[in-house]
Write a protein that binds this ligand. Structure first.
Ligand code: NAD
Ligand code: AKB
Length: 322
């Protein structure tokens, strides 16, 4: 067992990584959180950073040993839309990356692993509303296929080798710090940036596409709460369903329009529409609620207010009052 509390975040410069690193540094101290990514940060930030390719197992081992890492958050992946443009690359990064990390956990190099799955494990034949934890999974994207396979590997490593791996099937995440990296739910971040910069928005999904979503603050809290949960209470070592808010492009547009009267939207669905159509509209997260007391706190209205406030600050724009 490792007595140190150093934590490695792999894929730390991505949309979730930026928020997660900030939250973990706030909680444990900046020097305890080692951010890592395959690319270098624009801003060196306020804590340690190591350039690391998760596909390079030796590099990974060296970083874990030299920084005396006790916990790993492995976020590096190719997301749903980008994955369809290069399926082989998505499979390699999403699968080989996870297996490299699991293998180092298996030999006891660190104690605890967080790895995110996604609502993308579900497919056209999964129930659309309040999709249950154990619904059928027939993903149609290479991203969803890799997440489903990853879930099975996680449970396998837990059962066979005792690896303490914990996972959440994140819905589409919406935050103001980082831009999304090539997913189907990216529109729900892009739309706020357009509105605050005074631009109308052309949406790549149709106006009625309901998808499960979540404000980043809730997602980061869920992640840390799951990692701190009593292992004896965790009945799922594949990945927990997590529910937040469900809305359509039309509804998020309307919530923004309450603050920006002149904001307009148009709809030009592209290939991402097919992906969205294959995913659930809402998620049943009763296992997460029962096993580790999960409870989301943001609705669409509250999320929109926070997103607009933070982006107004970022772009130094005055939000008009109606
Ligand atoms: P992102 O694309 O924004 O960030 C991924 C990061 O991984 C990038 O900074 C990239 O440079 C890095 N990376 C890519 N290849 C790498 C490699 N070989 N070695 C090291 N780093 C590498 O993704 P995100 O939105 O932050 O997602 C993080 C994780 O959460 C992913 O596993 C994703 O599938 C999962 N997830 C995200 C969402 C969401 O809405 N953002 C929803 C469900 C699940
Ligand atoms: C994507 O759209 O690919 C991600 C996800 C829901 O996994 N945001």
């Amino acid at each position: 067992m490792h007595s140190s509390k150093n934590i490695l975040v792999i894929g730390a410069l991505g949309q979730i990584g930026q928020d997660l690193v900030a939250a973990l540094r706030e909680k444990h101290g900046a020097d305890k959180i080692i951010a890592s990514d395959i690319r270098l940060p624009e801003d060196t930030g306020n804590g340690p950073f190591v350039k690391l390719d998760v596909l390079d197992s030796n590099q990974l081992r060296e970083a874990i040993q030299s920084y005396e890492i006790a916990e790993v958050y492995h976020l590096a992946a190719i997301l749903s839309a980008k994955g369809e443009q290069n399926p082989q690359l998505a499979w390699d990064i999403n699968m080989k990356g996870l297996l490299n990390v699991l293998d180092l956990a298996k030999v006891g190099l660190f104690n605890k692993l967080f790895w995110p799955s996604s609502i993308a494990v579900f497919g056209p034949n999964s129930p659309k509303d309040q999709t249950p934890q154990y619904a059928g999974t027939d993903p149609t994207t290479i991203y969803g296929i890799s997440k489903l396979a990853g879930e099975r590997w996680c449970e396998y490593y837990h059962q066979k080798y005792g690896v303490d791996v914990r996972s959440i099937r994140y819905p589409g995440l919406i935050g103001y710090k980082g831009m999304p990296g090539g997913g189907t739910t990216d529109y729900a971040v892009d739309i706020y940036h357009s509105a605050v910069q005074g631009m109308d928005y052309s949406c790549f999904l149709n106006e009625a596409s309901y998808l499960p979503m979540m404000y980043m603050e809730d997602a980061i809290r869920a992640t840390i709460e799951l990692m701190e949960a009593d292992p004896n209470r965790l009945s799922i070592r594949s990945s927990y369903n997590l529910g937040g808010i469900s809305f359509s492009p039309r509804e998020i547009f309307q919530s923004i329009k309450e603050h920006f009267e002149g904001f307009e939207i148009s709809f030009s669905p592209d290939f991402r529409q097919g992906i969205a159509d294959s995913w659930p509209r809402s998620i049943d997260d009763s296992y997460a609620r029962k096993d580790w007391d999960w409870n989301p706190t943001y609705d669409l209205k509250k999320m929109t207010e926070e997103m607009l406030n933070h982006l107004q600050e970022k772009y130094k724009v005055k939000v008009p009052s109606n």
